[in-house]
Design a protein around this ligand. Structure first.
Ligand SMILES: [Zn+2]
Length: 202
C-alpha cells in the first residue's frame, strides 16, 4: 500500500531505541512534509565525518585537525595539557560530555560502551578487552576512576572491573564519591554535583 521508500524508512526507524513501528510511521509522514535533504545530509555527515578515537572510543572529526596526517585519536587524547596519569572509565559518550562540562576533570577517558546487568551484559558490547589492553600499554597511568552511575548496574560493573584491575597492582582504583546520590546517573547529574563527585572520589 505504501510506496517502497516509505516502508524502507519505517523499517529502519523502527529499530531506533525508543521508536517503535507506530512512531516510525508518524516520523515518515512528518519528514515528508519537511526539508528531508537537511536531515539526510546530517545523517551522511555522521557516517562520513565522524571517527571513533582509537584510544578512548569517544568521537571526533578527523578533518578538524591542522596536522598533515589525519589523526586516529580525539582532541582530548591528543591534548598535551591533559593529565596523562588519570583515566576515567565512563559508560557512554554522553557521560564523558557531562564530566567535560564540569571543567573539573583534567585527565583522560575510556568509553566502556555499556554496563553489566544482573541478566548479563545489557545488550551492548562492553570494551573489556580494549580496556585491559589500554591499561597494560599505558605506562603513565597511576589512577583509574570508575566514573559509573550509582545504580545497581553501575555497582555490578564496578565490581567486574575491579576483578580485572586486581592484576595491575600499581594502580589506584577510585569511584565517584560524595554528592552523587544512590540511583544517580552520570549523564543527568548537574554540573556541581558531578564536580563534587569527581573531587571527592575514593
Ligand atoms: Zn580519545
Amino acid at each position: 500500500m505504501l510506496p517502497r521508500p516509505l516502508t524502507k524508512f519505517i523499517e529502519l526507524f523502527s529499530k531506533v531505541p525508543g521508536i517503535g513501528p507506530r512512531q516510525a510511521h508518524r516520523l515518515a509522514f512528518w519528514f515528508l512534509k519537511r526539508d528531508v535533504y537537511a536531515f539526510s545530509m546530517a545523517l551522511k555527515d555522521l557516517a562520513d565525518k565522524v571517527s571513533v578515537c582509537k584510544q578512548c572510543f569517544f568521537v571526533f572529526d578527523p578533518s578538524a585537525s591542522s596536522g598533515q596526517e589525519q589523526p586516529t585519536t580525539c582532541s582530548i587524547c591528543r591534548n598535551p595539557n591533559r593529565d596523562k596519569t588519570t583515566l576515567a572509565v565512563v559508560e557512554k559518550e554522553t557521560d564523558l560530555i557531562s564530566i567535560e562540562k564540569t571543567k573539573k576533570y583534567p585527565g583522560l577517558y575510556f568509553v566502556l560502551g555499556g554496563l553489566f546487568s544482573s541478566t548479563g551484559r545489557n545488550g551492548h558490547e562492553i570494551r573489556l578487552k580494549e580496556l585491559s589492553q589500554r591499561i597494560q600499554n599505558d605506562k603513565n597511568l597511576g589512577e583509574v576512576i570508575l566514573a559509573l552511575s550509582h545504580t545497581a548496574e553501575g555497582d555490578l560493573t564496578a565490581m567486574e572491573l575491579e576483578k580485572i584491575f586486581n592484576q595491575f597492582k600499581h594502580l589506584k582504583i577510585t569511584r565517584l564519591g560524595l554528592g552523587l546520590p544512590r540511583g544517580a546517573e552520570v549523564e543527568f547529574a548537574d554540573e556541581d554535583t558531578l564536580a563534587n563527585a569527581i573531587q571527592s572520589r575514593r
